[in-house]
Design a protein around this ligand. Structure first.
Ligand code: MN
Length: 275
């Protein structure tokens, strides 16, 4: 349901791996029709009208021409259970997502640290498939690992302890039995607590660790990974056991809507105009 997490830090210097800046250019219709799209960290909420507008533009536009769309977590700023479907902004978002799946575009949604309670009712309402914590997909011949990214921030010991507790199915069942208004209050409380705890943590603690990244590449036997969460968009090169691996970090939607387009001709960053 909530953070205590480390995302939202200002972009800053990253550790060992060099960051490669990628140019954002407008998508052409021809490329979009053959591409798979990735986005994360929309943090949709009533208080973020620009992100909502950009999201609706994405769903009505580029998403419908894609081969498939992957949303890698924190679509919502908080999710206290599928009874949140009753909220007006949520029904608008669900309708937009349904427009994508009704257009025949497969839609995959991962849980973020804020919306990890997205469940089956949400999936049924949108027609989306909920992704497991780690998923490997073949993208035009390149096996690519997808995840939200919060589990890779292993230096943030407090957050990982909180995560282990809150992701426990017993804890979640107990939480979901509480009345909706109580869960909303807990979400707000956790949000304040998270903001306070982030203020006292360094950028390095809240970023992914090289060890966790290397372990993920090894465990899943891939050379490319796409994730969000840290709000530090970049393309990093890592050398794992002598093999060059690429890690692409998606941008958040705090100021502009953006997504990653992966097609047979490579990887492109796209920004939504007016988002
Ligand atoms: Mn996150």
């Amino acid at each position: 349901m909530m953070p205590a997490a480390a995302e939202g830090a200002a972009p800053g210097s990253v550790g060992a791996p060099p960051a490669v800046a990628a140019a954002a250019t407008p998508a052409t219709e021809a490329s979009a029709t053959r591409s798979t799209l990735f986005l994360s960290d929309q943090h949709l909420a009533a208080a973020r009208p620009r992100a909502l507008a950009a999201f609706h533009a994405f769903c009505a536009g580029p998403a419908r021409a894609a081969v498939a769309v992957y949303m890698l977590g924190d679509l919502f700023d908080f999710w206290v259970g599928d009874d949140q479907l009753r909220e007006p902004i949520v029904s608008d978002v669900v309708r937009a997502l349904r427009g994508v799946t009704d257009a025949g575009v497969p839609l995959f949604i991962a849980h973020g640290n804020r919306d990890f309670l997205l469940g089956e009712r949400f999936a049924q309402a949108t027609g989306a498939h909920l992704l497991p914590e780690y998923a490997v997909v073949d993208l035009y011949g390149v096996a690519t690992l997808l995840c939200h990214g919060d589990a890779l921030c292993t230096d943030d010991v407090d957050y990982q302890a909180y995560r282990a507790r809150i992701r426990n199915p017993v804890t979640q069942r107990r939480l979901l039995r509480l009345p909706y208004v109580v869960r909303r209050q807990i979400a707000r409380w956790l949000q304040r607590k998270s903001a306070a705890s982030k203020a006292g943590k360094s950028d390095a603690i809240m970023d992914v660790t090289p060890a966790a990244v290397a372990a993920a590449f090894r465990t899943h036997g891939v050379r490319r990974m796409i994730h969000g969460h840290t709000h530090r968009p970049a393309r990093h090169l890592h050398v794992v056991d002598g093999v060059e691996c690429e890690r692409i970090v998606l941008a958040d939607w705090y100021h502009t809507g953006s997504y990653l387009e992966v097609g047979p001709d490579g990887v492109h960053e796209r920004r939504l105009s007016g988002g």
